[in-house]
Design a protein around this ligand. Sequence first.
Ligand SMILES: [Zn+2]
Length: 323
Amino acid sequence: MFLLLVILASFLIDCSRATGLEKFDHPIKVNGNLKFLVVGDWGRKGDYNQSAVALQMGKIGEELDIDFVVSTGDNFYTNGLTGEHDPNFLESFTNVYKAKSLQNQWYTVLGNHDYRGDVEAQLSPYLRKIDSRWICLRSFIINAEFAEIFMVDTTPFVKEYFVETKHTYDWRNVMPQKTYTENVLKDLENALSESRAKWKIVVGHHAIRSVGHHGDTNELVERLLPILRAYDVDLYINGHDHCLEHISDTESPIQFLTSGAGSKAWRGDVKGLNSEDVKFFYDGQGFMSVQLTPTHVEIEYYDVFGKAVHKWSRTKQLHHTVI
Ligand SMILES: [Zn+2]
């Protein structure tokens, strides 16, 4: 049994020294498809429709036979976790996402609300002992053969959090901010340049483009977006704005996808930038699915009743013709 666990652990966790980002290998099923759900901004002990969204995630997860779940952060409201033993972990995660189909790995990044608590606790492998689904790191990679998902810690990029006095943030291991964020971008750039994946997906908590409450995150527009464009990233997925949203980049094939509607949402809470690029905006609760084959990607959004409210797909040739 012990040997089996060791083999399983080494299979799942391949620490990639070359890029500086830990890499999790997630093998593709025999049918050659990769399917996952994306939810963000959720941990409210089931309240504000968190449980209703979780129920529908369970149903859609079953239908699609998903491989895993991605969380775009703001995992525990209002102020992250107080420590490894904070009951909020069980109350807002384990006891809410109970459906069979959701008993897969959860790959999660941190949001600004998580940074208001004990960040080291939320990153601690101890939480995996309580619930083995939980994988939360600052920045890391999910390597799913023809798709690679680059999880990026975006909160330390946002200057406002370092000057505002309303809240306190846990900046341990983040200071100095300039060095930290430069290293995140360097690691990401190295990893993207080495990636041979057909589909490159980047996930962060903050939006690059959004018409929602917070709007664009200028620090990411300036520093992250040029890297995504340079390395042919297909999708940028985020939370933070409590809505479902799809915006297309005007200068590249990148699709900006917001899935931050895991619990509380406000009707009509919009800022209204970049409205000409908006393919879809929904100011209610819900979540998103991503389905991939080596040549095809399909994203779909679902509302709190599990009703499909927006769909988008793209096909890509296996080999680009060099002219
Ligand atoms: Zn947030």
